[in-house]
Ligand binder design. Structure first.
Ligand code: ADP
Ligand code: MG
Ligand code: ZN
Length: 610
């Protein structure tokens, strides 16, 4: 569309240019003075005229005075000069003495009388149509290209080559994928033994765990071309395009074998078939079918390996996971502490860190961070340092960056009244004190009443180890900690604020999960409630389907409330019991705004863990 406008602009500019040019040729008689017919006649009678040039309707006159003055006079259209002279009764002798030249003006007349008024609009309109057509054709050819995969090929790009060295941690995944690399490099070795080349590898992992990076690393290691397409690109614009894109993508890939086809975010097309309502899923279904057909259609020796990535393996169609398709599944977990250290090391290479920066400490403080979060953290650290015009990045910057990534930017400018500050201080102190005196809760790392993101204040806990499983008592105590802020406000001020809304929501969600997903309710027994099924209806996802009776629903409600009130009771006991400590923490917070672990423990003592 932009191009169309550009063309149009050029066209109009040229047109104006031509018009200006013509107006110049017209004004060649610029200096001539326009005179009336009667003046002309009298000049003829007085014998002042040297010569006359008849130029269409104009008579261009040159006088026989010193300066050879030029004059111009318009005659009536159609009338000839001799007719005019006769009509005005000019002396025959005088007329005979005139030097009259008649310019052949028919061509110019044709131009100005015909071509200009008739042909030009036609030209203009024609040109317009031409350019429009060209624009449409451009769009059309894009639409045609749509059927082609549009896959971005990362050929053997030596400069930006990613290899396993650039991927930190995820050892098991790397082991698995090394095999794939060998298949790509030396297929014969495997084929000779009758082994079947794996068709598809599915990378599973949360957002930012390095799936895309890993796929590129495999291509880099094997030194083969890499076709990259995202699942969402398949289902972009026209119905029926997805399938033909798949066909084209695989055709290209086969031509370039050995190579890797990488389908990112395959869940966009690979959702369980038949679960959706409405139009869009038909398109998805066709695309998915085509992927399956293509993968089945590879001859045994064709060395194309399809790598797909998703963070929603639960919604994938089982047909995708069948042997011969994506039968190899590689899980990329969020990094543990050692992996976090390794990832931070890789990404801090191009960044000037000060000597006192301890990568290990940062890794310790970032449980639950994905690879992308860590990358982001280093970047935020660099930005913070740059904003203070530093040449190197300090530990301080990185610690600040951790919190920024976790909770959003500090909002020092947000003005809180003294009373609001006081409420926040007690609220956070409540969280912290309850967390401190419950044995299964992680130690308190930091408390702050500086607003961050949407929170007025925050309390950070620090897991001492990466945890993969949680016990019921941990969950119950976590609920107590979550409720502590709310309960402290109630206890201290006798009134509630809206500041505890998200705490309450989190508590309720957790309690629901304990009952319906984890089977942790004794009264309801070891089963799950509610079938998770993906449905898309009018663009909205409907997640849960009830698979229990109304009576059970009531029981679930009761159990959830029971868990919550139990947790609240425990929290309240601590708040009342440790009121003096709480008071001290809150007052210190009001003074200092943030308390680090050491400062907090000075007030409350060392944490007794179980
Ligand atoms: P995903 O595709 O799983 O969402 P990406 O592969 O796009 O995640 O990862 C985003 C960024 O995070 C990468 O470009 C890389 O900088 C960083 N990253 C993630 N995991 C790792 C890792 N294991 N080692 C090094 N960098 C990583
Ligand atoms: Mg990705
Ligand atoms: Zn809170």
């Amino acid at each position: 569309m932009k191009k169309l406008f550009k063309n149009l602009f050029i066209f109009i500019a040229v047109f104006i240019g031509i018009a200006i040019l013509f107006s110049f040729t017209e004004s060649g008689s610029g200096e001539a003075e326009k005179i009336s017919m009667s003046t002309f006649i009298s000049q003829v009678n007085e014998g002042k005229i040297e010569s006359i040039v008849v130029d269409g309707e104009d008579l261009k006159i040159t006088l026989n005075d010193e300066e050879e003055t030029k004059e111009i006079v318009k005659k009536e259209p159609g009338a000839t000069l001799s007719e005019i002279l006769k009509n005005f009764d000019v002396d025959k002798e005088k007329v005979a003495g005139l030097d009259i030249e008649i310019k052949d003006n028919t061509q110019k007349d044709i131009f100005f009388g015909l071509i200009f008024p008739v042909l030009l609009p036609i030209l203009l309109i024609g040109g317009l149509i031409f350019f429009m057509m060209r624009g449409v054709q451009g769009a059309n050819s894009k639409a045609m290209m749509f059927g082609q995969s549009g896959a971005k090929e990362f050929g053997k790009d030596e400069k930006n080559k990613v290899t396993f060295k650039d991927v930190a941690g995820v050892k098991e995944a790397k082991e698995e994928l090394k095999e794939v690399v060998e298949f790509l490099k030396q297929p014969k070795k495997f084929l000779d033994l009758g082994a079947r080349i794996p068709r598809g590898v599915l990378l599973l992992g949360g957002p930012g765990t390095g799936k895309t990076l890993m796929a590129r690393a495999v291509a880099g290691e094997a030194d083969v071309p890499f076709f990259h397409i995202s699942g969402s690109e398949f289902v972009e614009m026209f119905v029926g395009v997805g399938a033909s894109r798949v066909r084209d993508l695989f055709k290209k890939a086969k031509k370039n074998a050995p190579c890797i086809v990488f389908i990112d975010e395959i869940d966009a097309v690979g959702r369980r078939r038949g679960a959706g309502l409405g139009g869009s899923h038909d398109e998805r279904e066709q695309t998915l079918n085509q992927i399956l057909v293509e993968m089945d259609g590879f001859e045994p020796h064709v060395n194309v390996i399809v790598i797909a990535a998703t963070n929603r393996p639960d919604v994938l169609d089982p047909a995708l996971l069948r042997p011969g398709r994506f039968d190899r599944q590689v899980v990329l977990d969020n990094p543990d502490i050692a992996d976090r250290e390794a990832i931070l090391k890789i990404h801090s290479k191009q960044k000037p860190l000060s000597k006192e920066v301890s990568i290990r400490k940062i890794a310790e403080r970032t449980p639950g961070f994905s690879g992308a979060d860590l990358f982001n953290l280093l970047n935020e650290g660099a930005i913070l340092a740059a904003r203070q015009n530093k040449k190197i990045i300090d530990m301080e910057d990185l610690l600040e960056a951790i919190e920024k990534v976790m909770l959003g930017p500090e909002r020092k400018s947000k003005v809180f009244s003294d009373h609001e500050k006081k409420v926040t201080a007690y609220h956070e102190a409540g969280h912290a004190v309850v967390a401190h005196f419950l044995p299964n809760v992680d130690p308190v790392q930091k408390i702050s009443i500086i607003s961050r993101g949407r929170a007025a204040g925050y309390m950070l806990k620090l897991p001492t180890a990466d945890k993969h499983m949680h016990t019921k008592s941990e969950y119950l105590e976590d609920m107590s900690v979550l409720l502590a802020g709310f309960l402290t406000e109630k206890e201290v001020f006798g009134e509630l604020t809206t500041g505890a809304t998200s705490d309450l929501r989190k508590t309720t969600d957790l309690a629901k999960k304990l009952v319906t997903s984890f089977g942790m309710s004794d009264n309801l027994g070891p089963r799950t409630f509610g079938e998770k099924e993906e449905m898309i209806f009018l663009g909205k996802e409907i997640h849960e389907q009830k698979d229990y009776s109304e009576k059970t629903a009531e029981l679930i409600d009761k159990e959830v409330s029971c868990f919550i009130s139990g947790a609240a009771k425990k929290a309240k006991e601590i708040i009342i019991d440790k009121r003096d400590v709480l008071e001290k923490v809150a007052q210190t917070l009001l003074k200092k705004e943030t308390l680090e672990r050491e400062e907090f423990e000075e007030i409350v003592g060392k944490k007794i863990e179980k």
